[in-house]
Design a protein around this ligand. Structure first.
Ligand SMILES: [Zn+2]
Length: 321
């Protein structure tokens, strides 16, 4: 059996696992519920069992393991410091140490958005561009920055938290404690909330018709569908989201002059409906140098970004061990 790498994407509701070759070819994948209420010990046991099953299917143990987690990690020890969306918030859970007792291979643990950025670097747009910033728009807004072919981590692994730039001073409260962060105004829930407001106030009749007036069917995707079908209210939501994202992206372009802004996560599925106004918005705001050459593109990894990123982390961890 040829060498393979294990990528684990720990999420609040599910754990994704993948076995892949060095060039990113998927050999096996599996997803299980996190059952986070059972606590860190049981969740880590479940992750270990997942890796065992992948090993059985691949006929050998992995060369290394990468684990993406939704929060802050101590890079040196591989312990989680703060996973806000999991019960007990996983303060000082020694993830690497626990898994090392079971698997005698190098193990990397990293924030999930930085992990997805590593995946984009290894298997996506990073194959053709050297400097890019990634915005991951989903339930939250995360990100990562690659400069000259290297993921910028900073001392805490937190460099690239692009979703927590202030976009509206004094704006809506963000989960991080600040007000007016990009996450507070352009995440999936923020977009959905605005859709519900317009639907209930009669300002999005096309959206109302599309979801039969059922507010729990309003989502970034149904809002995008209504906008495409000509609903002016839905279109205004997307234009506003694009403007917020353009402000954040223009700030990054001014600071780094990257070759590309990569947009990932569920909200990115809107595609050109969102990306075209973001391109315009960046050009309007970056005036100190021509920014026409800065591309704005959807991630090339799609639904697999989490586990593919974790595979990239596993490979990088082996190479640096
Ligand atoms: Zn924030």
């Amino acid at each position: 059996m040829s060498e393979w790498f294990a990528g684990i994407d720990l999420g609040g509701t599910s754990i994704g696992a993948a076995a892949a070759t060095r060039d990113g070819r998927m050999l096996a994948e599996e997803t299980v519920p996190t059952c986070s209420h059972e606590g860190p010990k049981a969740v880590l046991q479940r992750i270990g069992d997942l890796i065992d099953r992948l090993s059985a299917r691949c006929g050998a143990p992995p060369k290394s393991i990468g684990v993406g987690v939704p929060g802050l990690v101590d890079l040196a020890s591989g312990a989680t410091k703060f996973l806000p969306n999991l019960p007990t918030q996983w303060r000082d859970v020694p993830v690497r140490e626990v898994l090392s007792r079971r698997f005698c291979v190098p193990i990397g643990v990293l924030n999930d958005c930085r992990t997805a950025t590593l995946g984009e670097l290894a298997f996506g747009h990073g194959r053709t561009v050297r400097t890019f910033a990634l915005f991951a728009l989903g339930t939250g807004v995360g990100g990562g920055v690659v400069i000259d072919g290297r993921l910028r981590l900073g001392p805490l692994g937190s460099a690239g938290e692009l979703g927590h730039q202030t976009i509206i001073p004094g704006g809506p409260l963000c989960g991080c404690g600040n007000r007016g962060c990009l996450e507070a105004v352009a995440s999936g829930p923020a977009i959905t909330a605005e859709g519900v407001r317009l639907l209930l106030s009669g300002q999005a009749p096309g959206l109302h018709a599309l979801v039969d007036g059922e507010v729990n069917r309003v989502s970034p995707q149904t809002i995008a569908d209504a906008a495409t079908a000509g609903d002016a209210g839905s279109r205004s939501i997307i234009e506003r989201t694009a403007e917020y994202l353009a402000v954040a992206a223009a700030n990054v372009v001014t600071a780094l002059h990257p070759e590309m802004i990569v947009v990932a996560g569920g909200v990115a599925e809107m595609g050109e409906l969102l990306l075209a106004p973001v391109r315009r918005g960046i050009r309007e705001r970056v005036r100190m140098f021509p920014a026409d050459d800065v591309r704005v593109e959807k991630s090339q990894l799609g639904d697999d970004a989490g586990v593919r990123g974790a595979v990239a982390l596993a490979i990088q961890t082996l190479e640096s061990s």
